[in-house]
Write a protein that binds this ligand. Structure first.
Ligand SMILES: NC(=O)c1ccc[n+]([C@@H]2O[C@H](COP(=O)([O-])OP(=O)(O)OC[C@H]3O[C@@H](n4cnc5c(N)ncnc54)[C@H](OP(=O)(O)O)[C@@H]3O)[C@@H](O)[C@H]2O)c1
Length: 279
């Protein structure tokens, strides 16, 4: 499942429109015209192949969301692991699926990771596999244990902004033009995910991707604040290592909400798109 550069450009342009005010938006593409509708439907004046159609089906709801949204992703093995026991997660997914992750980054305003991922991976969280602007990078670090160095804290002329969210007791710091440490209230579980989303909205970031790791994504699921979850499933059985999703124990299956999901083949991997609101 992939998108041509031209259709990606059209989708990205659609995502930059003000969907709080419009029902549809169209642009010319070679051979005709493509129109996007609020909520995710799209129509192209000429037939597209299955790959392109699937990619548009998967991504258009994000590009044309009329309100703020918060989604999460996890790249995982078939047995639900997101890294080996030693913390190695580069790379669970192959390049086509990683390109999907970079498209998600390109469509959102801000990407959130937990302190564990910031320390273990020292990721850049920039968009490199497709053409798109970089999102703001957000680190959830209530005790301030993430060292303020490495790619996330670089402060070059073109560096994307990094918001380092820490708990009370730590000092807010402006560590350069692009790096800001912001203090946010905690409860016994850390930051309330809804408060994190509210803070980002106050900064003007209304489309949010929670990129990992498992602890962070699980807390956002538990708090009921996610609109969608993308599981990027690779044909691996790791058999040990951190699980993607880990939620409080539930007694009865009948208490587990049944979600709506669609699966999209992506090379020899699978992207599962789940709507996180209960039916
Ligand atoms: N395959 C993938 O898609 C993927 C994606 C990302 C990471 N990874 C892998 O996952 C591993 C790390 O994941 P992880 O689950 O151990 O850690 P993580 O989710 O990256 O970080 C967890 C930590 O972040 C902080 N945190 C998260 N949510 C918070 C909240 N609501 N309030 C306050 N603090 C919050 C807490 O820090 P404190 O402990 O300081 O309170 C928490 O312990 C690494 O091996 C990485 O390579 C895989």
């Amino acid at each position: 499942m992939d998108l041509s550069p031209e259709l990606w450009k059209a989708l990205l342009a659609a995502s930059r429109q003000d969907w709080t005010r419009m029902e549809s938006w169209a642009c010319e593409v070679s051979g005709g015209r493509i129109e996007f509708f609020s909520g995710g439907r799209w129509h192209c004046s000429h037939p597209l192949d299955t790959e392109q159609s699937r990619a548009l089906d998967l991504l258009s709801p994000l590009a044309t969301a009329p309100d703020s949204f918060c989604m999460a992703q996890l790249g995982q093995s078939l047995d639900g692991r997101i890294a080996t026991a030693s913390g190695d997660s580069y790379f669970i997914n192959d390049k086509v699926t990683r390109r999907h992750l970079h498209r998600l980054r390109g469509l959102v305003d801000a990407v959130i990771i937990g302190a564990g991922t910031a320390i273990a991976d020292q990721p850049q969280l920039t968009v490199r596999h497709v053409n798109a602007p970089n999102p703001v990078r957000v680190i959830l670090d209530p005790s301030g244990r993430v060292p303020m160095k490495g790619p996330l804290f670089e402060d070059g002329r073109d560096s994307p902004t990094t918001l380092h969210l820490v708990g009370p007791g730590l000092k807010p710091v402006r560590a350069g033009e692009h790096v800001r440490r912001v203090v946010i209230e905690t409860n016994e579980e850390g930051f309330e995910p809804a408060n994190v989303i509210r803070l980002l909205e106050e900064f003007g970031h209304r489309r949010i991707l929670v990129e990992g790791g498992g602890v962070t994504v699980s807390r956002f699921i538990e708090a009921g604040v996610l609109d969608r979850l993308h599981l990027l499933i690779a044909p691996l059985l790791i058999g040990s290592g951190p699980p993607g999703i880990n939620l409080p124990v539930i007694e009865r299956l009948s208490q587990v909400p049944r979600r709506t999901m669609r699966a999209y083949p992506c090379g020899d991997e699978l992207i599962v798109d789940m709507a996180m609101h209960q039916r």
